[in-house]
Each structure stands twice: as structure tokens, then as C-alpha cells.
Design a protein around this ligand. Sequence first.
Ligand SMILES: [Zn+2]
Length: 430
Amino acid sequence: MSITTLRASLLHFANKTQSPDTDLSYFADGLLVLENDKILDIGSAAELLPRYGQAKHMDYSGKLIIPGLIDSHMHFPQTEMLACYGEQLLSWLENYTFPIEAKFADGEYAAAIAEIFLQQLLKNGTTTALVYSSVHKVATDALFRAAKARNMLLAAGKVCMDRNCPDWLQDCPDSAYEDSKALIEAWHNNGRLKYALTPRFAPTSTEAQMQRLGELARAYPDIFIQTHLSENKQEIEWVKSLYPQAKHYLDVYDHYHMVRPRAVFGHCVHLEEDEWQRIKDTGASIAFCPTSNLFLGSGLFDLAKARELDINMTLATDVGGGTSFNMLRTLGEAYKICQLKGTNLSPLSGLYMMTQGAACALQLEHSVGNLNPGTDADFVVLDYRFDELTQLRLTENAAPEDIIFALTMLGDDRATQSTWVAGKEVYQKQ
Ligand SMILES: [Zn+2]
């Protein structure tokens, strides 16, 4: 038995809540106790230290520990294309995304990028993510292998697309089915890994392909489903012309059994009333991708509407349409979008959307998203006074919401002191 204690300020949300500003759990001088890969105990240092005298002690006084962050929508082959200048969604896919994703037919290349990609996640305090691979099975295997080596709780899937993209990047209905099925069998619930069925978006799948993927969605009710929805107005018109029989964009996915719990729809910037309601009624989730929506000029997400319906909300970087791997920075941009929409987004409700709120939306709260005893020990140690400016801005006993908010504007990976996955330190600031 190996017990380790970490002394620091501790902040998390122990329960599912609609009021993160008041339902937080905070210990200014706290002790987080680990036993192997799990959290064993959490509380004030004064109370717990005498109980764990024999343990290995680590002192992070002056630092803040929060749960490992959850990024619910990102593309690992796009790691190398962050910050490509000047397009909106459809031309951006054509000019940048597809040529780069083609490189992932090479398994060795994919394995090398998977290493860089996961290192970027951990460096930014993200320990769980929902990840789109490329169309290639070999690249998806490479990503899973790299995540398995780090014992991460990662959900990922091979992109499926058989039209409206270059023919050298297409699968077909049967190969999409066979490859996805083989990947599910190999990786879903393999250790901490999960599979996410991944039609890129409705315009790039034929009805025949959607049909086959729908069969998988029904055969494997506990896998994730991830896709894009209502990101860009031109895209929505295109979907209407491709699927004239569908009531609206979401209805395309619904027809093929893909609107359900653990289905995560990226963007949802321009939803119709009936789409909002259907997402609510089915228990599906929305991934709000603020940096991407601003970068690609897609539009301003309506968080107030999602709250009114109490929809499962998560926050996501959407790398590489998004512009940062850092979830706190991403929250900063979400805050600005909400400012423009006249909606309040408090730092704690933002933090909730990337920890416990996301975990509850994705049905992962028994493993991640909080610091509750019995969960997997995935967490981040934040060095929130990491430079002259943050030392000036934040006092040593700053309130937790003030720390989080300051880091959404001033922070980046320099604020990550260390990142832990399943009880092991997997990243440490030099
Ligand atoms: Zn995306």
C-alpha cells in the first residue's frame, strides 16, 4: 500500500449542482490523500495530517489543486495547425485541415504527433479529453496506445467521412463500420480508455454511412458519440440541402440513433428551438468551443439558453479550430462571449463546466471531475503566482474564484506546476 499526501489549497465541486458559486468545496490549507491510483481522503491539513503520519508527504503550500481538466472536443491531427490564418469553417477545412489530416495515414507520423498532443494536454492541466482522430484506423490506434501508456481517461474515435472531402481522405460505409467496430472492440473500456463514434459532421457522411454508424450506436449503448452541430450558417444551409427530409440539422443525427446520453455535439451556435429541446430531452451534451467560434467567425454561443433548459454543458478548446490547449484561457474567451451576449459567466461556473459539470454530463463523475474519495487521482497543481504580474495581481491568500478568474486572463501553461494522472505525476514544470 502506497499512501501519499499533498498539502495545498484544494478546490472542487463534490456534487452535481446548478449553483457552482455556492456549492463548492474549498480548503485553504488542505490535504489531498492518495492511495495508489485513487484519492483516499480530502480535508483540512490540520484535521488529516495526524491520521497519515506514515505517508509520503509533499508540500505544495501556496499552490492550488483542482481536479484534472476535461476538454470535451478537440482534434489531435490538428495539433500542428493551430493559428492558420484567415478562413471560415468550410474553406478552412478544405485549405488547411484535410491536407494535414492526410499525413495521418502514416502510423509512425501519427504516433509522433500523439506524443506531442498528449504532452500539450498534460502541460495545460487537461487529463481527460474527447478527441477526434483522422479518418485512419492506424492513427487512432496510435493515439490510444499513447494514452494507454500514460494511463489517461481519454475518449477518442476514428473520423468517418465518405463524401464532400478529398477522395484520398474518404472511407466508405462498410470500412467506417468495420474500422470503428474493430477500434471499439480493441479500446473501449481497455483500462481507462473509451471509444467515441465519430462521424465528422453530417455533410461529410452519406446516408448509407450514417446508417451503418447508427447500427454501431445501437449495438454499443455506452460508447461516446461525438460530432459537430450547427457551427456555421453556411454549413447549416448545406445540411438542409443534403438532407431535405430532416426537420433540422440535429434531426439528421437523431434519425440514426446518435442523439442520446454520452453524445457530445460540438458548437451548437445557431440551434433552432426544437433542437435545444431535443438535446435537453435526450440527455445529450453540448461542447461550447469559444476560441474556435471566435477564430472561425462562427458566432456567439447562447449559454443563457442552455442554462434555462438545464442542458448538459461542457467546455472545449476545439484544437485546431480553437487557438489554445489551455482550458482556463478557453474559459476566458467564453467569458468574453457571454459579456457580448449579456450573460454572466462566473469563474466558478466556468471551472465547473470543465471539471465536475463535464464529468456529470459525460457520465464520468465516479472516476474524474472532482476530488472525492474513491475517484481516480487525476488533478492539477496550479502555481497561480508564476510571474511578476500574477504575483502583483494575486495575494498569497487570494480567494479561489479570484485565482481562477485571473488565470483565465493572465494564465497559460506556466501556471501548471504539475499534473497527475491515476496517482502518478505525469508532468512537472521545469
Ligand atoms: Zn471540431
